[in-house]
Design a protein around this ligand. Structure first.
Ligand code: UT7
Length: 328
């Protein structure tokens, strides 16, 4: 029997309605549209308003996906919810989501690898399909970054936004699906991009709140330096070992952290800009949401057999790349 690959058979996503523009940010911190666009490529980002969490965005994405694929929620075996902003520390947002969408036969867990989370999720979800253990695995990637952003910190509040996407993995024996992945981490970079308090090390206290330790902390330049080389290198590495060239790669799907990092990655791989999925100008950095949001927006342009190279870099540090042959 030919090898079983985990193919993406459906993709859907959700972004909140509220648009936070660079103009509006100009009234909140000392910044300007020209600086933000030239340093990051971002023009606007979405913000989830109201008493809602990441699982609420995921519910929209998954309900849309189930409808599109024409399946029942009860057929889903496993939900891997890749997020850095779960609704709460526990229970897992995967459990909350399963309940909300009626996936009563699924088990699930949250996966936190910051901006590389969706790649980690695709790689691990694929294992359950390849092994024959499961037939339908949902990999969800999304974040309500606005819940941990300090809108007084101009270096970080201009970058992040809210959004969520989901893909369904199913077995494929025609050679389509996840072909290869390279996943890496280096915990020595942890302090450069983190949320200092709210975990077991520094539980919430008056002091942690007064010190703004529940907000995302990013040392932008240090992260940039690591991101720009490692994301480009790992994308080139997966191309090399799968005999992919700039000619036979149909799409580069990069994590949307900064347009300059995306450009460095596409240049390193020799992939022309018209084959690079970029929507950072509309959504900013949605952390676990960026890659599924790209797949969702480009879905109608994708063709069966297209070669996709996915690449990401994020807090941890974590980074990786994945080679995918599109299945529909
Ligand atoms: O997705 C997970 C991984 N994260 C990333 O990959 C993010 C990586 N880092 C970055 O994308 C960039 O470092 C930032 C976009 C965060 C910052 O851009 P930068 O070009 O590295 O700026 P910088 O931090 O070196 O700051 C340059 C100047 C500073 O002023 P001085 O010290 O030169 O006077 C900053 O205070 O720009 C200033 N600055 C701003 N000015 C206007 C910082 N933020 C802003 C702002 N508006 N929003």
């Amino acid at each position: 029997m030919s090898k079983v690959h985990a193919a993406i058979t459906a993709v859907h996503a959700y972004v909140p309605e509220y648009i936070l523009t660079n103009k509006e940010l100009e009234g909140m911190v000392e910044t300007n549209d020209e600086w933000i666009v030239s340093r990051t490529g971002i023009k606007e980002r979405r913000i989830l308003k109201g008493n809602l969490g990441t699982s609420d965005m995921a519910t929209h994405a998954v309900e849309g996906l189930i409808k599109k694929r024409g399946i029942k929620a009860t057929e889903i075996d496993l939900i891997i919810f890749c997020t850095t902003t779960p609704d709460m520390v526990f229970p897992a947002s995967a459990n909350i989501l399963a309940h909300k969408v009626g996936a009563v036969n699924a088990w699930g867990y949250d996966l936190n690898a910051a901006c590389s989370g969706f790649l980690y999720g695709l790689a691990t979800g694929s294992q359950f399909i390849e092994s024959g253990k499961h037939q339908k695995v949902l990999v969800v990637g999304g974040d309500k970054m606005s819940s941990i952003i300090n809108y007084k910190d101009r270096a970080s509040c201009i970058i992040f936004g809210d959004g969520c996407g989901a893909v369904l993995l199913e077995p494929n024996t025609e050679g389509f699906g996840v072909i290869d992945s390279i996943l890496k981490s280096d915990g020595s970079g942890g302090d450069y991009l983190c949320q200092k308090a709210g975990g077991s090390l520094r539980p919430a206290s008056h002091e942690t709140v007064d010190n703004d330790e529940h907000f995302l902390h990013q040392e932008g330049q240090a992260v940039f330096k690591f991101a720009v080389t490692n994301m480009a290198d790992v994308a080139a590495e997966i191309m090399d070992r799968n005999n992919l060239t700039s000619k036979n790669v149909d799409w580069l799907v990069p994590h949307q952290a900064n347009k300059r990092i995306i450009d460095a990655t596409s240049n390193r791989c020799g992939i022309e800009s018209d084959k690079v999925m970029i929507n950072i100008e509309k959504y900013g950095n949605t952390t676990n949401g960026t890659i599924p949001l790209c797949l969702w927006e480009w879905e109608s342009k994708l063709k069966k057999g297209d070669n996709l190279v996915l690449a990401a870099f994020g807090g941890g540090f974590t980074w990786g790349s994945l080679y995918l042959r599109w299945a529909y």
